[in-house]
Design a protein around this ligand. Structure first.
Ligand SMILES: [Fe+2]
Length: 175
C-alpha cells in the first residue's frame, strides 16, 4: 500500500486509444451530459456502456496492480472546458482504488496532477469527520497544501492508479 500512485504509460494500443478518442468526439456529444460550472468547469457523464465495458476488462489488471481482488464500481467521463480544473479533493468511498486515463487534451504540454503522499487512517478519518474531502475556503485549502507532501504526475496519455488515501488536485491550483 505504500507505492502509489502507479503510472503506466502507453497502456492502450494506438488503435484502442484512437477508438476511445473517436467515441468521445463523435458519440459522447450525442449523449445527455451534466455540467459543473462551479468548481471543475466541465461536462461529465457516468457509466457510459462503452467505458463500462473497458472498465470491466481492466479488472484482472487492476487486481494485479493493487495486489488484491477488486471489482469495478463506477466509471466517470470528465470533459474539462476552457479554464477547467480539478480542485483539491479526496475521492468518494467507492473509490478504494482509482484508475485515471487522459483521453485527449487541446494543449501540447502535459497536464500536471498533484497527488499527496498516502494519508494515514487517522488523517483520512479526521479529514472526513471534518467534512473536508472537498475543501472550499482558501484558508483550509492552503492549510491542507502546506501540511502535505506532493508529487506531480504529468498526464499525457498515461494511466494513473491511486488509492483513496490520497488528496489530489490538478493545475489551476497552486501547490
Ligand atoms: Fe477524483
Amino acid at each position: 500500500m505504500d507505492n502509489y500512485p502507479i503510472v503506466v504509460e502507453n497502456f492502450f494500443s494506438e488503435a484502442t486509444h484512437d477508438g476511445i478518442k473517436k467515441f468521445v468526439n463523435e458519440i459522447v456529444p450525442l449523449l445527455p451530459t451534466e455540467v459543473d460550472e462551479k468548481d471543475f468547469i466541465r461536462e461529465y457523464i457516468h457509466n457510459v456502456p462503452f467505458f463500462v465495458d473497458i472498465h470491466h476488462q481492466l479488472t484482472d489488471f487492476a487486481s494485479e496492480c493493487f495486489g488484491e481482488q477488486v471489482k469495478p464500481s463506477y466509471c466517470f467521463l470528465s470533459m474539462y472546458k476552457e479554464g477547467g480544473m480539478c480542485p483539491l479533493h479526496i475521492d468518494r468511498p467507492q473509490c478504494r482504488y482509482t484508475i485515471d486515463y487522459l483521453v485527449q487534451t487541446t494543449q501540447s504540454e502535459p497536464w500536471p496532477i498533484k497527488i499527496s503522499d498516502i494519508l494515514s487512517e487517522e488523517q483520512l478519518d479526521s479529514i472526513l469527520e471534518k467534512k473536508l474531502s472537498h475543501p472550499e475556503t482558501d484558508e483550509i485549502i492552503n492549510m491542507i497544501i502546506n501540511h502535505n507532501t506532493w508529487s506531480t504526475i504529468n498526464l499525457l496519455r498515461i494511466k494513473l492508479f491511486y488509492t483513496r488515501e490520497h488528496i489530489l488536485g490538478i493545475t489551476g491550483q497552486k501547490l
